[in-house]
Design a protein around this ligand. Structure first.
Ligand code: HEM
Length: 461
């Protein structure tokens, strides 16, 4: 039996040695010798278990799901070590390449992967501190990985978040849970969040939030017609929108001055993701010794949990502010208040952090042999009637903005509704233009623009 680990935004399968289950089936090297065929890259079960039991970051091993026994038959066996990739040092892997002065940049990891793929082929492995990655850079191979997902698809666990929740005796939440624990929560939440009729019930409230956002843009524009801190304004809008869905109550982010609770939540979420980023990649010293970054991270996470607890309690206790979603969790699904809080905090954080643009699969999308003129904005290439012929697998793999399969973004319907409503209201009111240098992407847990997005909003008359 082999096991597969999750797929990250950079088409990496973050892995333990167990990731080989996928690699063994989909190995298609570009620039390495013929002996390294995928069929050759198979690790025997006993070798696998030896590897996993010796793994210094054993928690990753629990993040696995299994390919069932009817998977493609295995042919030959070669150790995982045969997967090409930068060699790195024991324990820290290639971490030193990122830490040294003028070295590789974490926030440009997607560029590093692009270069690595040119050097090592369509499937390569890299260990960066505690993170093991297997990176796939070919849509056809990637689609096979997608199709190999079972009932409980595994996604990378954000170890610092999991560690924090464990320390505080909390559930892992939807984003970090795996296996049956994940499935149970997912089934409960899907009934409310992925059902179109449920989400449509909130279109009027979303419309009011969008109206307030447009008013906010109008008042926040400077003499150049730009909105300083546009990202922060969007951040506020997403929080207000998801808060409206979860609590059926306005949190108060969009006035000239956010309410204290909105302000505090926004500050703490920002700090949470800022401190999460280094914790994800550094050697996890925090697990044995609370480093400064860890203490800050804990501080932000504690504050977010307190706000979540306050909002959930308020919703449960005050009938006037009671929300259908919270009531459904408490009464129909018999979830304990602490479980509800953990889930709500997950949804609030996922909702605000995934907002401005998550460019998954960066390397593939910038391959001109797959996407002609990859740097050009040619939306018509995605239209059914487009003249540009695109391989159906390449096309479907490139439409993964919401992820895929049973673990696809659970906020998709809400986010689509929010975006359609707010965009139509913005465009109805303003003409948008951009007159500055091109934006570049950087990673900050998600992929974000590297500088303020100074869009000019010109009111239509
Ligand atoms: C433009 C907005 C958004 C984008 C592009 C986006 C994208 C994604 C992606 C790519 C994933 C990973 C899926 C996978 O691994 O296959 C994901 C997961 C998730 N998203 Fe979103 N998302 C957005 C908005 C939201 C919103 C508004 C919410 C909350 C209401 C949300 C909650 C979640 C949660 C909880 C997960 C984890 C689901 C699970 O593991 O079962 N997202 N999102």
């Amino acid at each position: 039996m082999f096991q597969v680990i999750k797929i990250s935004s950079q088409t990496a399968i973050h892995q333990t040695d167990a990731t080989l289950g996928i690699v063994k089936r989909y190995w298609t090297p570009k620039k390495i010798t013929s002996e390294h065929t995928l069929q050759n890259l198979i690790l025997a079960d006993d070798q696998l278990s030896r590897h996993t039991s010796q793994c210094p970051v054993r928690d990753y091993v629990s993040q696995v799901t299994q390919i069932t026994e009817d998977s493609t038959p295995m042919v030959k066996i070669l150790p995982f070590s045969k997967v090409p990739g930068p060699r790195g040092l024991p324990v820290i892997g290639t971490l030193f390449e990122y830490l040294k002065k003028d070295g590789l940049k974490f926030n440009k990891m997607f560029e590093v992967y692009r270069q690595r793929a040119l050097e090592y082929g369509n499937i390569f492995k890299e260990r960066v501190g505690p993170m093991h990655h297997v990176v796939i850079s070919c849509p056809v191979e990637y689609s096979k990985v997608i199709n190999a997902e079972g009932k409980y698809p595994v996604r990378i666990q954000m170890l610092p978040i999991a560690h924090y929740r464990k320390l505080r005796g909390l559930d892992l939440g939807l984003v970090n849970a795996q296996g049956e624990e994940w499935y149970k929560t997912r089934t409960i939440v899907s009934k409310k969040m992925l059902k179109l009729s449920e989400v449509l019930r909130f279109s009027e409230e979303m419309g009011q939030v969008a109206d307030d956002f447009v008013t906010r843009l109008d008042t926040a524009t400077n003499s150049l017609g730009e909105v300083p801190g546009l990202e922060y304004e969007l951040f506020k809008w997403t929080l207000e929108s998801i808060g409206t869905f979860l609590f059926e109550e306005r949190i108060g982010c969009l006035g000239d001055k956010p309410t204290p609770i909105a302000h505090s939540f926004l500050e703490n979420v920002e700090g949470f993701f800022r401190t999460l980023q280094p914790l994800l990649f550094d050697v996890p010293v925090y697990r044995v010794w609370p480093t400064d970054t860890w203490r800050q991270f804990e501080h932000y996470a504690d504050n977010i949990m307190s706000i979540g607890t306050f909002l959930v309690h308020k919703s449960l206790e005050e009938s006037a502010s009671s929300s259908a979603f919270i009531n459904y969790l408490a009464n129909d699904c018999h979830m304990a208040t602490q479980e509800i809080t953990g889930l709500v905090v997950d949804l609030l954080s996922a909702a605000v952090e995934t907002n401005h643009i998550q460019a998954n699969l960066y390397g593939m999308y910038h391959d001109s042999s797959l996407f002609p003129k990859p740097e050009s904005f040619l939306p018509e290439r995605w239209m059914k009637t487009s003249d540009v012929q695109m391989d159906p697998i390449v096309k479907s793999t490139s439409q993964l903005v919401w992820g895929h399969g049973a673990r696809m973004c659970i906020g998709r319907r809400i986010a689509e509704q929010e975006m359609h409503i707010v965009l139509s209201k913005i465009v109805e009111k303003f003409q948008l233009s951009y007159q500055h240098d091109d934006l570049e992407p950087v990673l900050s847990t998600m992929m974000v623009p590297d500088r303020p997005v100074k869009i000019k909003f010109t009111a239509r008359h």
